[in-house]
Design a protein around this ligand. Structure first.
Ligand code: PLP
Ligand code: COI
Length: 356
């Protein structure tokens, strides 16, 4: 239905030789999808072109006021060599919710999906096949007016770039140490916490660096009002298994509604594991640990997949969860989710979109 013109590169890059050393988001494929927007005209010039830099005026609004949104999704290589996406329409629909909050135009979900598929066909050889690797996909929208007034831009660029990637955390599926940030906050209700806008990540960088200096991989954010309710981690939603029930914070506007989070909730119901979306405080978690009822904790995200939390530090206390090992359900969720994503486990939810 959507014809996307494709210009193939004349200078293909050398592909990585050792897929076990890809890291996350460090190298990029040969092509990108791009389209532009102008108020009154709508989106125009949807195209797949060779990957390369954009030349932009230093006064372009995105550089000053951060009117920018993005998404994160993956393309997986099946055992039979074919390629597939996981819930791609959910990503573009979430992008439209981010766009609405940031005063940016919506995209046509079917058009950008057609653009993504055209891009993946051009870059199919870049989708890695080593265990645990995939092609990370980064749809992005930026405001491109050249002006310094603070108001919605009239022009935007939407683009998709792709990066063959391995595990987000350098240690792979190994328990991570998480630091509960006691003072700095990421987002508040009414703000933009539920969107995937660059500013949320910029706001998290200082705390992330401080946590790293203390020996932890990620920051766990608390609510911005009372500094006690658990929100989410820098790049993932949180789950706790307490006394046989899976608990995850509800979507009240300050955290991202993760597509992996939603998938875990549905998988838990499918497995008859009780699951509750409810507010819980960091004190609740430490109390449950004290009573011996905190059975497992893990984060969920596209990049992070299912990531066990082995240590949780809050003020001067630190707890070890599941003996610092991968919990049984954490492993089960990881296996089921990645099994569906890579096509080795049957997909009862119609989540997978095969593209060849
Ligand atoms: N929370 C934040 C702040 C994130 O950046 C991400 C990653 O996209 C997630 C949660 C998990 O979302 P998803 O499962 O859709 O990747
Ligand atoms: C993702 O999981 O897709 C993300 O966007 C995380 C990213 C901030 C690294």
């Amino acid at each position: 239905m959507y014809e996307i013109p494709v210009t193939l590169t004349q200078n293909p890059k050398k592909k990585p030789e050792d897929e076990s050393k890809l890291g996350f988001g460090k190298i990029f494929t040969d092509h990108m999808f791009v389209m532009d927007y102008e108020v009154g005209r709508g989106w125009y010039d949807a195209r797949v072109v060779p990957y390369g830099p954009f030349v932009m005026d230093p006064a372009t609004t995105v550089f000053h006021y951060a009117q920018e949104i993005f998404e994160g999704m993956k393309c997986y290589r099946r055992q039979d060599g074919g390629l597939q996406l996981f819930r791609p329409r959910d990503n573009f629909e979430r992008m439209n919710r981010s766009a609405a909050r940031m005063g940016m135009p919506a995209v046509d979900v079917e058009q950008v999906l057609a653009g993504l598929i055209a891009l993946l066909k051009a870059d199919a050889d870049w989708v890695p096949s080593a265990p645990g690797t995939s092609l990370y996909i980064r749809p992005t929208m930026i405001a491109t007016d050249v002006m310094l007034g603070v108001h919605a831009s009239h022009n935007y660029r939407f683009y998709i770039i792709c990066s063959p990637s391995g595990a987000y955390y350098p240690k792979g599926l190994a328990p991570v140490g998480i630091y509960v940030e006691p003072e700095l906050v990421r987002a508040v209700k009414g703000g933009v916490g539920f969107t995937k806008t660059g500013g949320n990540y910029a706001a998290s960088i200082l705390a992330g660096e401080l946590a790293k200096q203390k020996g932890y991989e990620q920051v766990l954010w608390l609510d911005g009002r009372e500094n006690k309710y658990i929100e989410e981690v820098g790049a993932m939603n949180m789950f706790f298994k307490i006394n046989g029930t899976l608990v995850t914070p509800p979507l009240l506007g300050s955290i991202l509604g993760g597509i992996t989070r939603d998938s875990i909730i549905k998988l838990a119901k499918h497995m008859n594991l009780p699951v509750e979306e409810r507010s819980l405080t960091v004190q609740d978690v430490f109390d449950a640990a004290e009573r011996g009822e905190l059975e497992e904790a893990f984060g969920s995200g596209t990049a992070a997949v299912v990531s066990p939390v082995g240590r949780l530090a809050w003020n001067d206390k630190e707890i070890t969860i599941s003996g610092g090992e991968i919990g049984a359900y954490t492993q089960k969720f990881y296996d089921m989710l990645t099994g569906i994503q890579f096509g080795s486990v049957q997909d009862p939810f119609d989540w997978v979109l095969k593209i060849d």
